[in-house]
Design a protein around this ligand. Sequence first.
Ligand code: PEP
Ligand code: MN
Length: 347
Amino acid sequence: MLVVMSHAATASEIAGVVDTIRDMGYEAREIPGKQRTAIGLIGNDGKVDSGRLEALPGVLQVIHVTQPYKQVSREWRPEPTVIALPNGTRIGGADTVLMAGPCSVESEAQILTAAHAVRAAGATVLRGGAFKPRTSPYAFQGLGLDGLKLLAEARAETGLAIVTEAMESAMVDLVAEYADIIQIGARNMQNYPLLRRAGQTGKPVLIKRGMAATIKELLLSAEYVLAEGNDQVILCERGVRGFDENTRNILDIAAVPVIHSLSHLPIIVDPSHGTGVRNKVLPMALAAVAAGADGLMIEVHPDPDHALSDGAQSLWPDQFRDLADQVRHVAAAVGRSIAALPPQPLP
Ligand code: PEP
Ligand code: MN
């Protein structure tokens, strides 16, 4: 439930509502807004009797949040959440943000080459896994801490922000030391202790949709992060398990407008894992941007034929440049722009 205060409500009237909510046995969370302050009531299982709160001075309106997720919902916060990264990238605003890079960090030369290529094409965020959730325990598992250090080196050289995955709670602090965005992978979307730990860092958290998860389940996973007091959450549609062999997953582009109507959080699309096939990435990237995606996450490798993971879906740098050029046109057609970092000085 959300208690909306009138424009002229005083600090003591706001405090009165907070005290009453606590007296009723619930938790109160103040949400200062541009027009007015609202106070969220959390910790209730069912509908709360709002009569006592409606009668308090300064209260304009009490809104019952009808969804099982609360702080994530549009009812809770009508304006879109915009996440600002240290390099100036803003996710959820006017820009469609390009995040790109290899599936895994493999070596210094590989990640630096990829970083320079995607930056030159217009990406502002570098992706790359240092801890990799592989289906087989015998497959390349990532470089671990060395991979995080290489990502930090790539950031220092290029100014790109870093998104990289944390696979377990015990590793969250380490990943948070290096990452600008902590990625929670599809396989971990419902790892609730991990979501809570990531939320506690206060850093932006990118949550990928589980491969058999409903949109409601994705939003409830995001609620775990917001429940820790961290509203810096980016959602990512990356395809759900299908029955056809032509693509690795079924990319659910309808999730973009659905999530925009249900939630104020930004939603990006990953057509690389969504299709699993290099030549399907471009059309689905364009479709995602046309549908209103706040960003794209694209796998790009300097030499995909020799990639240690996900080579078949990784673009060559030239293909990513073409993709970025075409995305720019589609973004403009739907009233969005692609913000790039300023050109890099020649060495
Ligand atoms: C990834 O981004 O490299 C990844 C493993 O993605 P997902 O969790 O969506 O499978
Ligand atoms: Mn991958």
